[in-house]
Design a protein around this ligand. Structure first.
Ligand SMILES: Cc1ncc(COP(=O)(O)O)c(C=O)c1O
Ligand SMILES: Nc1c(O)cccc1C(=O)C[C@H](N)C(=O)O
Length: 403
């Protein structure tokens, strides 16, 4: 790995985003944090902002905080997240978890496709997506149709086999949580629309790290986490996007006072808001929104295009280093595509005894994650991962693989 050390140094020296790393809490016991695709590092400014929020807003302003900006936060932060996703203001909220957002989006999409009888889900999708798709289909009396990835990890061919006038909605993940395969969002959206159906995109593994144009691609609905590349913190509230053309008509399954047209009218009868607030349900977690706002602002300042450019270099460095280890006879098999434009920001390898290997790496301060049954996943976060850090982590991995 020594020639990779020099390459890492050169890449760090040329990295326009290198200064961002110092804006995060870095602790000496973590040699290499390769899990920013699951939980992003803590931004220093979030640590400060939360302390101020607790003392000066929650503590000092108490209930008055609601009329001093808290009420608007789900849509204000929603618009800020939306700007990173190519969504014009007024279509995105931040509030519930991604899982709740998936349920709402699937119900909403089905409500916009009356008379259609099928809900399509990807067999390899993240468990919460699959479980919720199955449950929403059951609740609405829809037939669940399962599509499968081809050898390249694409889903277009399987979709082509099932899409027809019976299809109401298709749920897809932009970046696969295991393989890292990045789907062609505009082209798959167009494919679904050609059948007259709606598409719900899960952007958990792409938000903040893969440029996305939700409006231009005419995406119907989208959801995603803010605790990964947006560094919003553990359990940070998720975003939910619905295209402006759908908002005034869609029905969602958890109508509450926060989705009513006048929150404080406390009206006898529910009348849904016609704007993005229609997607909300109940009181949002304000501290969570305050934290998300800081992480989102940092990605906005750094720029998603710049993040993507560095992400491609980080994943490329990782692929090359893993190839070099393979050539040395170490047992590993690359699962993530070699072509930069076909992958997100994590690289996954199949290794023997992946669970025990992950534990040994973690003991040595290298934090990747393990996914059943034999996958080691290396998450690369452009604002926080340096090439030197990545090199250090891969060097420990090489030692442990040779063990
Ligand atoms: C693709 C995908 N969807 C959803 C989730 C999680 O949803 P939630 O935040 O509701 O646990 C994750 C990760 O946890 C994910 O990778
Ligand atoms: N959301 C998580 C959690 O609450 C605990 C542990 C991990 C997570 C994750 O984010 C998992 C992640 N979405 C994945 O792709 O595996």
């Amino acid at each position: 790995m020594s020639d990779f050390r020099e390459r890492a140094a050169a890449l760090d020296a040329a990295d326009p985003l290198s200064a961002w790393r110092q804006q995060f809490q870095l602790d000496a016991d973590v040699v290499a944090y390769l899990d920013g695709n699951s939980l992003g590092r803590l931004p220093l400014r979030t640590r400060e902002r939360l302390a101020t929020f607790v003392r000066e807003e929650w503590g000092a302003r108490l209930i008055r905080g609601w009329s001093e900006g808290w009420v608007e936060l789900p849509v204000v932060v929603g618009d800020e997240v939306g700007a990173l996703l190519g969504a014009a203001p007024g279509q995105t909220v931040v509030g519930d978890s991604t899982s709740i957002g998936i349920a709402k989006a699937l119900h909403a999409a089905a409500s916009l496709a009356p008379g259609r009888t099928r809900l399509v889900v990807d067999a390899s999708d993240f468990p919460t997506d699959r479980y919720l798709a199955e449950e929403v289909a059951r609740q609405r009396g829809l037939e669940l149709v399962v599509v499968h990835r081809d050898a390249e990890g694409d889903v277009a061919a399987s979709l082509a086999d099932v899409l027809d006038e019976r299809t109401a909605v298709v749920l897809l993940s932009h970046v696969d949580y295991r393989t890292g395969v990045l789907l062609d969002l505009p082209s798959l959206t167009a494919q679904v629309h050609a059948a007259g159906a709606l598409v719900v995109w899960d952007l958990c593994h792409s938000a903040g790290v893969v440029p996305t144009s939700l409006d231009t691609a005419e995406v119907d609905l989208a959801v995603g986490c803010t605790y990964k590349y947006l560094n919003g913190g553990p359990g940070a509230p998720a975003f939910l996007y619905a295209a402006a053309r759908h908002l005034p008509h869609l029905e969602q399954p958890l109508p509450g006072w926060w989705s009513a047209d006048d929150l404080f009218a406390m009206a006898e009868e529910y009348r849904p808001a016609t704007d993005a607030r229609r997607l909300l349900s109940g009181t949002p977690n304000v501290a969570g929104l305050v934290a998300v706002r800081e992480g989102v602002a940092m990605v906005a300042e750094a720029g998603v295009e710049a993040a993507r450019a560095k992400s491609e270099l980080l994943t490329g460095f990782t692929v090359d280093a893993l190839d070099a280890l393979g050539e040395r006879g170490l047992a590993l098999q690359l699962v993530t595509p070699r072509e930069p434009d076909r992958r997100g920001s994590h690289v996954t390898v199949r290794v023997p005894d992946a669970r025990a290997l992950t534990a040994r790496l973690t003991d040595r301060g290298v934090v990747p994650d393990f996914r059943e049954p034999d996958l080691l996943r290396l998450g690369l976060a452009p604002l926080t991962t340096s090439f030197a850090e990545l090199h250090a982590g891969l060097s420990v991995l090489a030692e442990e693989l040779a063990h």
